[in-house]
Ligand binder design. Sequence first.
Ligand code: PAF
Length: 281
Amino acid sequence: MQTVQDAAALRAAIRGWRSKGETVGFVPTMGNLHAGHHSLIKLARARTERVVASVFVNPTQFGPNEDFERYPRTLTQDQSGLAEHDCDLLFAPDVSTIYPFGAAGSVSLHVPQLTETLEGAHRPGHFDGVATVVCKLFNLVQPDIAVFGQKDFQQLKVIERMVRDMSLPVKIVGAATLRADDGLALSSRNQYLSVAERALAPQIYATLQQMRELVAKGHAWRVVEQAAAAKLARAGFEPDYAAIRRAEDLAEPADGEREGLVALIAARLGTTRLIDNLPFD
Ligand code: PAF
């Protein structure tokens, strides 16, 4: 596997493949790769002849009090994992390649509506950073498909909307969330958890499953949301939200609406913020 840092080397490699008529799949990441990321590479591998991954800890998607500085940077380990999973090329740019005018001087994309709720409401500016960096990466890699995990459900929706609105010629593929045996969704942030917190963390997925069951039994979604948040708080979490939304646009469901819903939770355990979701269908 080749690793490149600059845009010219990336473009030269991709031009070489394109000249042979090969298709390109892309998996953008912030590194510290685990089995969840590797499953995205596998999915891209099955659909395109060449696979590119990127590792870039994007400063514009972190708020001032978030974990940008302590976000784990493990490039050597990431390279080995990607090579083992048959990735063709790793793009690991520095900040000046992605933000030639500096992060603060960059063009910024804003996806309205979808970003005003849930994660967007709790992390102002986060999705502007995500939409901007993903658009820049797409312009550099120009892939046929790009694969994103469904664990970041709202992010996936924002990217789909951005791609459609900006007429970008890339197909977005959502990949199922990978979970530990006890149900905890795999995430780079799980390693921040203490042993006691790690033992509590699977309650997020258990709560999502309960939310689904209660809605299926006919309980009102607002009541289910309140009960879920209260249960998490009693267990020692600080929930930002436990929400039931329409999967398509993350709008609040109508009373009695049961089809096409998703439950989403964001909650803090100590200093670690965890998110997860469960589509009902
Ligand atoms: O999901 C992530 O790892 C990041 O938000 C992404 C999509 C790579 C953009 O920085």
